[in-house]
Design a protein. Structure first.
Length: 202
């Protein structure tokens, strides 16, 4: 797992497994690529695709556990989350079980907010941030096609900016999803080239 973004010299960092953070704007196709990668990794116990907990109704577009805001608050109070964040008026959480997976040497692949990448790098020894992106007109078309009420105003989604760390890998998801998913698989396996692109490419 030497290709991941590694922070060394701190024995308190969680490892030795890799945390693969898939980030990017709404409509970029993150969940589609994660779904294809998960299918390709079926039967591979070394790669884990945990469900996010989200305060939104279940959807065919995402592999989430839907809970009410009250249930989310109860889970947070019980320490059920390794990470949690808010976006678009919703609350998101990743199960505490990912810590055990990372300590067992597994690769954990999750769709997260760009805002938590820096925090993850301060806590985990091996982090790879994969930015999935696409041109604005493509994002708009995809958002309109899924017609999900919880997305709110599409213009607001498209204009949203997030202060975030520079990604390690950028995937332009504009052609066949299967091709972009192959790039994600390379990142999961630690064989993708990390380019550290400039900050204005986020």
């Amino acid at each position: 797992m030497s290709e991941s973004q590694t922070i060394s010299g701190d024995s308190d960092l969680i490892g030795p497994g890799r945390l693969v953070l898939v980030v990017g704007p709404s409509g970029a196709g993150k969940d589609t690529l994660i779904g294809l990668a998960q299918a390709a990794c079926a039967g591979d116990g070394g790669v884990v695709f945990p469900q996010r907990v989200v305060t939104r109704e279940a959807s065919t577009f995402e592999n989430n556990q839907a809970v009410s805001p009250a249930q989310f608050g109860q889970m947070l109070a019980r320490g059920s989350f390794a990470f949690q964040w808010e976006a678009h008026g919703l609350r998101y959480g990743l199960p505490q079980s990912i810590v055990d997976d990372i300590r067992a040497g597994r690769a954990v692949v999750v769709n997260v907010s760009r805002a938590i990448v820096d925090s993850a790098r301060r806590s985990y020894a091996n982090v790879t941030a994969v930015l999935v992106t696409a041109p604005r007109d493509t994002l708009a078309r995809r958002l309109a096609a899924r017609s999900r009420a919880s997305d709110g105003q599409l213009d607001n989604r498209l204009r949203r900016t997030v202060a975030s760390a520079v990604p390690d890998i950028i995937i332009e998801n504009v052609g066949r999803p299967e091709d972009a998913a192959t790039e994600l698989l390379d990142a999961i396996k630690g064989i993708a080239k990390i380019s550290h692109p400039p900050a204005d490419s986020r």
